[in-house]
Design a protein around this ligand. Structure first.
Ligand SMILES: Cc1cc2nc3c(=O)[nH]c(=O)nc-3n(C[C@H](O)[C@H](O)[C@H](O)COP(=O)(O)OP(=O)(O)OC[C@H]3O[C@@H](n4cnc5c(N)ncnc54)[C@H](O)[C@@H]3O)c2cc1C
Length: 503
């Protein structure tokens, strides 16, 4: 069965919902999703500089966290358009936490020089953002289908003209003049991640197969404080950075402060720095976790601000109020992704990307906390605006299917990526990973894993969240992007690109 709409949006997280909502009044839009992604799990909040806070300061903090590797024009769009998008979300019914005087309650997170993180339900911000956007999308009459997108329709001249979706055991074709990938990050390509299992990098694999470029794939962010549950695979509960924003500190297994004297912002240093210090501490002590100590924070504050974290702790029998809790870093966020311009257009006509799957350059080499819900709101809307103004022409002529395919040994792929492309990387390990992955075909997870390995191999320096123990310093000579494309044999292949030449 084939049907046709103007735009198909794949993914119902903050980016997909924002895109669909922005298009609802002007275009026939269909929202496809394989289930909930990372958005409802987001805890800490949404960063927004307004009032006495200056968007320019937010821009500077974003660039510092991004190791000077951000695209300044796109960060400017993020910080300047962000407060407006947040105000619209509030007008659509999102309920954020407020102070006694009715003003929005704003907190501090790692890397921010000003308390500008707006939150909801204490530490359940993503759930509230998701709820508000979903009901607005429903109210706007957007059609939705639950199912996995397993392919794209592409004309023989290269233009995208639709998708193949698998739902209820059936595959159907939906034609569209534009397809927007809003499929989130790549958490499920690692053994353990803070992301749910729906977030597996399908959008990345589809875009590559259609001929799009990826950029900055080596910049995978590891959250310093996932709760150490004893499990080494699957989705791990997060302990939001905002707990450290309220005063919690990291300690090694002997009780010594880890971050004191390591960075001017100590426990609130950028994530890559904190994650690296924890990794080094665990390696030095031969331990599988360190401690987060929030016992100096008033119990009422913890109860009010962090009900989700308290519940996760209770599930493994630890009490955030009265004792140190075990934590360890885990894969969390993809800073790079599908290369897009400021309006989400990829290298492939008719194919767009928004949210975590897209690389707009706003995260540079490392994402600043609470900038990604904001990215989804801002860049989802930008894609919608672009497609309202100009919808690509209908595909003419012959077309073919670009299939996602299957992985033969997903667990092995996850294990290889985890072992060789974690917080700490080196050339020998990356080469070994490349060879091991070569034998595992070109299913979607293998394609994602090979893209990360290729990019990490190509960047022979340390920058942001890409840490090479064999090249421990940043090197001005590498002040350029790594772009990954498929070669003639469908192998992800990396090349360097001058920064000025990015889109
Ligand atoms: C535990 C946790 C806490 C976080 N805390 C914060 C925070 O406090 N602040 C912040 O700014 N960010 C936070 N983040 C990051 C942020 O939540 C994500 O970056 C953001 O929500 C991503 O939104 P998205 O719309 O791009 O993708 P997602 O919300 O991940 O949605 C992806 C969608 O794509 C769908 N999909 C994927 N593949 C397919 C396919 N083949 N076919 C159909 N559908 C598909 C999924 O089903 C899902 O609907 C957190 C993330 C996690 C995991």
């Amino acid at each position: 069965m084939t049907r046709a709409v103007d735009v198909v949006v794949i993914g119902a997280g903050v980016a997909g919902l924002s895109t669909a909502l922005g298009l609802a009044a002007t275009r026939e839009v269909l929202l496809l999703s394989a289930g909930d992604g990372s958005t409802p799990w987001a805890q800490g909040g949404v960063a927004a500089a307004y009032g006495e806070d200056d968007p320019l300061d937010h821009l500077l903090d974003t660039d510092v966290a991004g190791a000077g590797f951000c695209d300044p024009r796109n960060v400017r769009a993020l910080v300047e358009e962000g407060p407006q998008r947040l105000a619209e979300l509030i007008a659509q019914g999102a309920r954020f936490d407020r102070n006694a005087d009715g003003s929005l309650s704003r907190t501090l997170e790692g890397g921010h020089g000003h308390p500008r993180i707006v939150h909801a339900g204490g530490d359940a911000t993503g759930a509230e953002v998701h709820r508000a956007l979903r009901s607005a999308v429903q109210l706007a009459g957007v059609q939705t289908i639950t199912g996995r997108t397993v392919g794209l329709i592409q004309s023989d001249t290269g233009r995208i003209g639709g998708v193949l979706v698998e739902a209820g055991g059936q595959i159907s074709q939906i034609d569209a003049r534009a397809v927007v990938l809003a499929t989130g990050g790549i958490g499920n390509a690692y053994l353990a991640s803070t992301n749910p299992s729906t977030v597996c990098g399908d959008g990345i694999a589809l875009a590559l197969r259609a001929g799009a470029s990826l950029v900055d794939m080596e910049f995978v962010q590891f959250h310093p404080t996932a709760l150490f549950t004893g499990e080494t695979s699957g989705q791990l509960p997060l302990v939001t950075e905002a707990v450290r924003g309220e005063g919690a500190v990291l300690r090694d297994i002997h009780g010594r402060r880890i971050m004191a004297g390591r960075h001017p912002r100590a426990d609130l240093a950028p994530r890559d720095i904190v994650a690296r210090e924890i990794e080094a501490t665990m390696r030095r002590d031969g331990s599988d976790h360190v401690w987060l100590d929030a016992t100096a924070i008033a119990p009422d504050v913890l109860r009010q601000r962090f009900p989700t974290v308290l519940a996760s702790c209770a599930r493994i029998g630890v009490d955030l109020l009265s004792e140190q809790i075990p934590i360890a870093p885990a894969e969390h966020f993809l800073c790079g992704g599908i290369r897009t311009d400021r309006n989400g257009a990829t290298d492939v006509p008719g194919l767009y990307a928004a949210g975590e799957v897209a690389a707009t350059g706003v995260h540079g080499a490392n994402r600043l906390a609470s900038n990604s819900l904001l990215e989804g709101l801002v860049f989802g809307r930008r894609v919608a605006t672009a497609l309202t103004l100009d919808l690509p022409p209908t595909v003419q002529g012959r077309s073919h299917e670009v299939a996602l395919g299957h992985d033969r040994e997903p667990e092995r792929i996850r294990a290889i990526l985890t072992k060789y492309a974690g917080i700490r990387r080196d050339g020998a390990g990356l080469n070994a990973a490349g060879e091991e992955l070569e034998a595992l075909g070109n299913g979607p997870l293998a394609t994602v894993a090979r893209s990360v390995i290729e990019a990490a191999t190509a960047r022979q320096e340390s920058r942001g969240c890409h840490w090479r123990s064999d090249y421990p310093r940043s090197d001005e000579r590498w002040n350029e992007h790594v772009v990954v494309r498929l070669d003639e044999e469908d192998r992800p292949t990396a090349r360097h690109l001058q920064r000025a030449a990015t889109r």
